[in-house]
Design a binder for this molecule. Structure first.
Ligand SMILES: Nc1ncnc2c1ncn2[C@@H]1O[C@H](COP(=O)(O)OP(=O)(O)O)[C@@H](O)[C@H]1O
Ligand SMILES: [Mg+2]
Length: 322
């Protein structure tokens, strides 16, 4: 049986080499005995999939992708362009959208992840007050929440475009959502999502501390050096990499790559298997009151960022053995 190869984005400045962000992964793959091919990421984004895959050899058989996020429609073009030259992306276009977009995975993870409601949109359109009020009502109508789209938040603009202190204040919800849509612009993926805010354990902040941005800059020179470097106020997350329902790598989240995390995975494998996608990630955070681990988000494993320098040889070996 042919062994899967992995496609990485090419370096825009040197199309014969992997993009510098993925070069160490490509090197680790080679050391694990695997092969890689290159794709022109900008070409994929611009809708020129056939041209973008021209460096992938014909009849290359089974393929994984490890690269930058792609909108689901562009991933579908990518899969089709590879199929037309005898390549088979092992995550189908449907599987990609299922793991990549919150409405694709939410039903399976409901109860294990913060309650969520979404408003589909066609491009960067601010939902009207009635639509927002309905979404707020679906979340119980009160309490804090966060705003994101089907794929990403603007956690770096926490107070302006992410965190909603009180859902009952519909005008304030509208302001945060409007700013979020404005900042996402043409990159808004799918629509607006509202999620009930849950208090997670945060780096360097006592459990009862104030609500702060997850990426608030660290206060240098604090007593706890490791936490100070990782950033105060950020939920401590573990990123778990799943292949065919098995956790092949449990590591830190790329936002705090040096943190040791030991998530409780008891309930997660059954959910991942129910999702039915071969290669996914789950980001897990521990509730501040110690009542257990929650799934913050699910992602397609092909486009989840791998903390630089982590030992990913087991993950890469599993991918090329899959
Ligand atoms: N429902 C929630 N309750 C509390 N904090 C949250 C919630 N959702 C997200 N966060 C915080 O915001 C950050 C960004 O949210 P996330 O859904 O992971 O979006 P992104 O795709 O931008 O990483 C998370 O890492 C976490 O710290
Ligand atoms: Mg995240």
């Amino acid at each position: 049986m042919p062994v899967p190869a992995i496609i990485f984005p090419a370096d825009p400045l040197n199309p014969r080499r992997p993009d510098p962000h993925f070069a160490w992964e490509a090197r680790m793959l080679r050391e694990s005995g695997g092969d890689h091919h290159l794709v022109d990421h900008d070409g994929l984004l611009a809708g020129r999939a056939e041209e973008a895959v021209r460096r992938v050899p014909r009849d290359s058989g089974p393929l994984w992708y490890r690269g930058w996020m792609l909108p689901s429609a562009r991933y579908a073009d990518f899969a089709a362009a590879l199929a037309a030259r005898g390549g088979n992306l092992l995550t189908s276009a449907h599987g990609y959208a299922t793991a990549h977009e919150l409405p694709g995975w939410y039903d399976v993870f409901e109860g294990a992840t913060p309650a969520s409601a979404w408003i589909p949109s066609d491009g960067p359109v601010v939902p009207g007050p009635a639509e927002l009020a309905q979404a707020v009502a679906r979340l119980g109508g009160q309490g804090p929440a966060i705003v994101k789209d089907y794929v990403k938040s603007r956690k770096h603009e926490w107070h302006e475009a992410c965190y909603v202190p009180e859902l009952a204040d519909l005008a304030a919800v509208g302001r945060v959502v409007e700013r979020f849509v404005e900042l996402q612009g043409e990159f808004l993926a799918g629509g607006v999502v509202l999620r009930r805010y849950e208090e997670f354990e945060r780096a360097g902040v006592p459990a009862e501390g104030p609500v702060m941005a997850p990426d608030t800059e660290p206060v240098m020179g604090g007593a706890d050096g490791a936490d100070a470097v990782d950033g105060d106020g950020r939920a401590v997350e573990a990123r778990v990499w799943w292949l065919d329902g098995r956790p092949v790598l449990v590591g830190p989240h790329p936002d705090a790559p040096r943190r040791a995390v030991e998530p409780d995975l008891t309930h997660v494998p059954a959910l991942v298997r129910r999702l039915g996608c071969r290669f996914v990630t789950t980001d897990l955070a521990s509730r501040a009151d110690g009542s257990g681990w929650r799934v913050v988000e699910v992602g397609d494993g092909q486009v989840s960022d791998l903390p630089r320098g982590i030992d990913a040889s087991g993950l890469l070996a599993a991918l090329i053995a899959a």
